[in-house]
Design a binder for this molecule. Sequence first.
Ligand SMILES: [Zn+2]
Length: 436
Amino acid sequence: MSSLLVRGGLVVGPSTSSVGDVLVRDGVIVDVSDTIALPPGCSEIDARGCWVGPGMVDLHAHLREPGREAAETIESGAHAGAIGGFTALVAMPNTEPALDNVALVSYVLDRGTRTPIDVAVAGAITVGRKGESLAPMAEMAALGVRLFTDDGIGVQDPSVMRRALTYARPLGVRLAQHCEDELLAAGGSMNEGALSSRLGLVGRPALAEELMVMRDIELVRLTGAPLHFLHLSTIRSLNLVDAARREGLPVTCEVAPHHLTLDETSCQGFDALFKVHPPLRAASDVEGLRVALRSGLVDAVASDHAPHAPELKDLAFDEAPAGLLGLEYSASLTFEALGGDVDPVQFFSLLSRGPARIAQLRRDDLRVRHSAHGGALVAGDDANLVVFDPNARWTASNATLHSRATNSPYDGRALVGQVRSTIAKGTLVVHEAELV
Ligand SMILES: [Zn+2]
């Protein structure tokens, strides 16, 4: 098979980094050292000045297939992911129909194997994501599903959530919650506050999120089952999770790039591109999230990539669906949010090693179909890696998106740091920021 030498980059390990070469052969990293002579017939990538890290892992990608292929397909989402530096995506189950059974999970896994990267699946917690009866999690777990969520909505009924946690624990899987109390958030389309009042829009209060975080921490305490908090958007939510973790409770959390880089004032133009759940928050929360990100309080950055067909985002702000594109700019926006002198170890912890641990996609985890992700970049690892240029300056453009949809709020934004190459399962999938 093919071999590839990644030359002269800063090779970023789990705790330290050093400049060197990485040799990939037949889908596996076979050597990492200061200088490796180019073997005959081997192609070479110049990574000087760049960071070479484990391929990124996205915990939160809405790939829309089956049901809404006009917005995205598993294939187009995988291409957008590869451009963004991702070698593995976790496909969310709020498709139509929902991924709440073995047949549909198998369908998505099979389609995923036809893409250049790994596509894992998060199964639904409840049948049809209706929040009532439990989906057959054990059967889906037998296919390799390791995360379960009703994302798009949280499990509202605490007794259902308690039962789900109790059921999940012996399966060795993790539930993931979209935290919003729908009774408190009802009818809201942006953050609740002075600005929503001024704009005449119904708000979704921060408390709708925080109340469910509080409730679920107590349910974790009761059941002992691990729980992952999706796209937390307020500093209070993060502080609650931090306190729970200090008590030894098995909780993890992610934040989304848009909550780190955009605030509620973006909604002033009533442009539905900025409508997302949980909503863009006050500037003070954005700054608080950035501080928490730098301080190591956050386990993962996850895109919450949510494509929508163009006609839907042309609707009035309060009628349009929530969600925006995330995969292609996640790495650059995370780099921006970390600010100033970014630690490459932390960068890859947030975008690769942390999420791979939560999704159980690492070498030591039980795997059914996928190659291993979030590795230490040592010989013997599956060759999922990314070359990121921390000095690149470029401009986001909705004209060059690889997603089928175009609902990105970042058109025209100046970005620093760019994915140059993505190597998935030993194959060069993205080179010079273009699909090969
Ligand atoms: Zn969600």
